[in-house]
Design a protein around this ligand. Structure first.
Ligand SMILES: C[S@@+](CC[C@H](N)C(=O)[O-])C[C@H]1O[C@@H](n2cnc3c(N)ncnc32)[C@H](O)[C@@H]1O
Length: 245
């Protein structure tokens, strides 16, 4: 496994403690995952966080394709050949990352080299699985692409400090328009500002124990019981929701 140059500068591939790789991006100056384990973190925050294996799921939206670990973990845990058919959509700024995953990711239930680029979307489709990885800035591409209503959203952008556009009230309002009524959005972040962004966009945030040494993570729902005490504390907090302008 080696370092490589993409459209957004240099990347370093780093082994995490569960032996899965993560990526350091020069452009964002940040790692994609916890060094405690990229694969285990993905299972914890997204497969378990969005309850992928315990309720009916037909479509998942991932924010940030990175090295493709979200897709690999999803297909290894939820085998669409033995379940409801699945439509997995991801978004990614840098096409070179998808090219890297086509050559390097080994997955029990899916051959990544079969992803084919057509009209700026890497695509695969058979009777049980459809994959679309949309290349470009997700703040515009998601508005331009016909999409299903999603049962689950993996909010896996870089941190709010490094990638603020993908944590703003306007961003979460757009995700709300793409969400099915039963949608669970899950993220590793527990920042008060991003929870306020979710709340102001019409989501109900909930707090959960975080992965490995991390104290908390966040999920958000559109319907179902709200955590009134958390919402009161967020409204009273001096921290500001993130706004695009
Ligand atoms: C934390 S990494 C995602 C890791 C990935 N989920 C995985 O499992 O390998 C965040 C990714 O979001 C991408 N990204 C950042 N800003 C973006 C934007 N505006 N639109 C689309 N992708 C973006 C970055 O290039 C990076 O690959």
């Amino acid at each position: 496994m080696s370092d490589f140059k993409g459209q957004l500068g240099q990347y370093k591939i780093i082994r995490t403690k569960d032996n899965s790789p993560t990526l350091w991006s020069e452009f964002f100056d940040e790692n994609c995952h916890s060094d405690h384990g990229a694969y285990s973190e993905t299972i914890y925050n997204y497969i378990e966080g969005c309850k992928i294996l315990t309720r009916p799921i037909s479509s998942i939206l991932e924010i940030g394709y990175g090295l493709g670990i979200g897709l690999k973990a999803t297909l290894e845990q939820y085998n669409p050949d033995q379940n409801h058919p699945l439509h997995f959509v991801s978004v990614e700024l840098d096409q070179e990352l998808v090219e890297w995953s086509k050559k390097n990711v080994q997955c029990e239930n899916f051959d990544f080299s079969r992803l084919e680029l057509r009209d700026q979307v890497y695509q695969f489709e058979n009777e049980s699985l459809k994959v679309d990885i949309i290349i470009g800035d997700a703040t515009t591409t998601l508005k331009q692409t016909p999409l299903p209503s999603f049962n689950a959203i993996y909010q896996d952008a870089f941190s709010p400090k490094k990638n603020p556009a993908l944590w703003s009230v306007e961003w979460f309002e757009m995700l709300k328009d793409l969400a099915a009524q039963d949608c669970i959005l899950s993220t590793y972040s527990a920042s008060v500002s991003i929870r306020k962004s979710l709340l102001e966009a019409g989501w109900h945030p909930h707090s959960h124990k975080g992965f490995a040494g991390k104290r908390e993570r966040t999920s958000a729902h559109l319907v179902g019981p709200a955590d009134e005490s958390l919402e009161r504390r967020l409204r009273a907090s001096a921290a500001q929701a993130l706004r695009r302008n």
